[in-house]
Ligand binder design. Structure first.
Ligand SMILES: NC(=O)c1ccc[n+]([C@@H]2O[C@H](COP(=O)([O-])OP(=O)(O)OC[C@H]3O[C@@H](n4cnc5c(N)ncnc54)[C@H](OP(=O)(O)O)[C@@H]3O)[C@@H](O)[C@H]2O)c1
Length: 244
């Protein structure tokens, strides 16, 4: 797909990895519809920075834990932009405390709502507005830790695992109109409260390539998946070999 002149919706597109994806798409000539939850000020900054590439940039807030609000995102983008060609499901929750023995229902429900149900509802609405002879692209942001089963981040893993499966199922279901691919991230950005030293130490001890990734590397791989018309159901691990 030629990205210039297309319209992309990026969930969680105001900050961190989502912001890098927004800016890379804008630089490639896509109009961007930047979804955010609570990051209103960063969303405005990202809109301004994306607009500097000469594309249209919109911001839109919706709580992805709320099904009705989630279902409003794609219609709002169509209303403002006329069509949506690209959907990037990046927004997610990564809780600090998430174990088999301590997880309670509210956390379970919230994680499944934001990390799995929201990408499902967004993909459903996205697919419905692609015309029968049209072309669409979905890219989901997964976690490379799922390459290696372990009990850490219990519900997070289950929900992201569902999104991994959904990527492959949608590749079947939505072909040939729409491709569904994903990137599975390793150590890209430190969690809140940690700085870059945290990632560098982790890279030295756990990453075969002895370096952390970066949001720019993620963006390059997402753009690659979007530009390819013969790739679907593909998951690119971006983890420096950490979870091999
Ligand atoms: N950072 C990494 O190294 C890493 C590693 C593995 C996987 N990943 C995956 O990569 C993606 C981006 O990671 P990140 O670290 O940049 O994410 P992050 O800093 O945790 O940001 C999460 C994003 O999700 C949005 N979000 C969370 N809950 C929401 C809700 N209820 N409603 C609406 N939006 C909500 C936030 O929006 P607001 O701020 O506007 O509320 C924010 O933009 C995620 O899918 C994550 O699982 C990241």
């Amino acid at each position: 797909m030629e990205l210039e002149g297309k319209v992309a919706v990026i969930t969680g597109g105001a900050v961190r990895v989502g912001r890098a994806l927004t800016l890379a798409l804008a630089e490639a000539g896509c109009d961007v519809f930047i979804h955010y939850g609570r990051s209103a000020a960063p969303a405005q900054q990202t809109r301004a920075d994306a607009g500097a590439f000469g594309v249209e940039a919109h911001i839109y807030s919706a709580n992805l834990a709320d099904a009705a609000a989630t279902q409003g995102v794609i219609p709002a983008a169509v209303d403002r932009c006329g069509q949506v060609d690209v959907l990037i499901n990046s927004a997610a929750i990564f809780p600090e405390e998430d174990t088999f023995s301590t997880t309670e229902l509210p956390l379970w429900d919230k994680l499944f709502a934001v990390n799995l149900r929201a990408p499902f509802l967004l993909s459903q609405a996205f697919a419905a507005q692609i015309p029968p002879d049209g072309q669409g692209k979905i890219v989901n942001i997964l976690d490379a830790r799922l390459r290696r089963p372990a009990p850490d981040h219990f519900v997070y893993r289950l929900a992201k695992g569902g999104l991994w499966s959904m990527t492959e199922m949608l590749a079947h279901e939505l072909a040939p109109r729409i491709t569904a691919n994903a990137v599975a991230l390793g150590a890209i950005l430190p969690p809140p409260g940690e700085d870059v030293t945290y990632l560098e130490n982790l890279a030295q001890t756990q990453v075969p390539l002895k370096q952390p990734g970066s949001p720019q590397i993620v963006a390059e791989n997402v753009l690659h998946l979007l530009r390819q018309d013969f790739l679907t159901g593909v998951v690119i691990p971006i983890d420096g070999g950490q979870f091999l």
